[in-house]
Design a protein around this ligand. Structure first.
Ligand code: V47
Length: 384
């Protein structure tokens, strides 16, 4: 382990705790956010990252599937959701989703990341059929589907309990849940950025129930809008507390707010400094999370690569067809090939490892070759 001089003396007692493997407090979290010494905070986060993972850096081959962008929630933070009759509103027919999925299999995807809007008219059965159909057609692909927000909405429209809803999704073929919709748990912030979404407490309760029935999930935090440092630390500590209870979270993904085309478009984009600080503070506070993702779509590949030295140990995936960030002005590609992800990782002095959703290494030499066939995707849009 190397040595570092701390320009910010507030960091010294925190460094002692980190190096002794002790848990950080709420006040430590605030001090880390307030410290101008990004390099020292990043150095500490890198110690934790290397203690857990050495030089290993994970990525996966995945495809995003967004069944519909029609959404009743009207979150101010979002540029993806549309009213049913708005320009650009779409809902895919199941056959269209299957065509995209089969293309994903040809691309070698081991995961489908499935999230969408809260549609006023689509029944819960549409989503159960979607999952069953995907499992039938692509049995080897992990289905990471539906945020806690969607699960809460399905329960409401299907008049089921959260547990019943999750059990039905699991029985249909959902393998785990993505981490979206967490935003910032504090009610003050939710009232401003996502007033009609499930509360922060409800998000945590749904995650707890998912973990209890054996569905693991990710967790996120959306930063860079109206939240304070206290509200960010509160968010991270509430995740850490739930993880102490369930051990059900797989990875944490800090998400930078993209303001373009949202009702909060007057807010400036988070800076590279903020991106790296959020990765590092998350790595330091979330001592019971194995994995911290630097989501290149949102950070840009350049910042995501640097984040591999500030606490992150995963770049997320190849991500074919991302819509949520691109609707909000992301200028990144919609897809990065495996070879390029591996190049970024190696150039950061790390060792790339392709993983599945649950971080088991993927050995491509043992996988059957992808099926030949059509590589285009037809668009059949469902009118509901
Ligand atoms: O929940 C929406 C966020 C999330 C905007 O679990 C926005 O592996 C920024 O959750 N600017 C969806 N963010 C993305 C997500 C995710 C991404 C990658 C991996 C995983 C995982 C999960 O995106 C939403 C919301 O928090 N979001 N609009 C916006 N304008």
């Amino acid at each position: 382990m190397g040595e570092i001089t701390f320009n910010d003396q507030h960091l010294k007692p925190i460094a002692d705790k980190v190096l002794a493997g002790e848990r950080l407090s709420f006040d430590d979290g605030i001090a880390l956010y307030r410290s101008p010494d990004l390099l020292a905070v990043g150095w500490l986060a890198n110690q934790v990252r290397e203690r857990r993972h050495g030089n290993i850096t994970y990525y996966n081959v995945n495809r995003h599937i967004n069944p519909t962008n029609v959404c009743v929630a009207h979150c101010k933070l979002c540029a993806f959701g549309r009213d049913p009759d708005a320009a650009g509103a779409y809902t895919f027919a199941l056959e269209e989703i299957y065509a995209r999925a089969e293309q994903g299999v040809r691309e070698g995807a081991t995961e489908f990341h499935i999230v969408g809007g809260l549609h006023p008219d689509l029944p819960f059965d549409y989503f159960l059929d979607l999952v069953r159909g995907l499992k039938e057609r692509c049995p080897t692909v992990h289905l990471k589907a539906f945020t806690m927000v969607e699960v809460g909405y399905f329960a409401r429209i299907a008049k089921l309990t959260i547990r019943e809803t999750l059990l039905k999704l699991k029985q249909a073929g959902v393998d785990s849940l993505p981490g979206g919709g967490a935003e910032i748990f504090h009610p003050r912030v939710r009232k401003i950025i996502c007033d009609h979404k499930v509360s922060g407490q409800m998000w945590l309760d749904i995650a707890r129930t998912a973990h209890e029935i054996g569905l693991r999930s990710n967790a996120t935090m959306l930063y860079g809008h109206v939240e304070t440092e206290e509200e960010r630390v509160d968010h991270l500590i509430r995740l850490r507390e739930l993880q102490d209870e369930t051990r059900g979270f797989v990875a944490f993904i800090p998400l930078a707010f993209h303001p373009d085309n949202t009702a909060l478009s007057h807010i400036p984009k988070p800076t590279g400094y903020a991106d790296l600080k959020n990765i590092a503070v998350a790595r330091l506070l979330l001592d019971n999370f194995d994995h911290i993702k630097a989501y290149w779509i949102m950070l840009t590949p350049s910042i995501a690569q640097i984040a591999l030295r500030f606490g992150a140990n995963d770049l997320d995936g190849t991500v074919a067809e991302e819509k949520i960030y691109h609707d909000a002005g992301a200028k990144t590609e919609q897809f990065t090939p495996r070879a390029e992800l591996e190049r970024l990782i190696r150039a950061a002095g790390r060792i790339p490892v392709e993983r599945d959703t649950l971080y088991r290494p993927v050995d491509r030499s043992k996988m059957p070759p992808p099926p030949a066939g059509r590589t285009d995707v037809v668009t059949l849009t469902l009118n509901v």
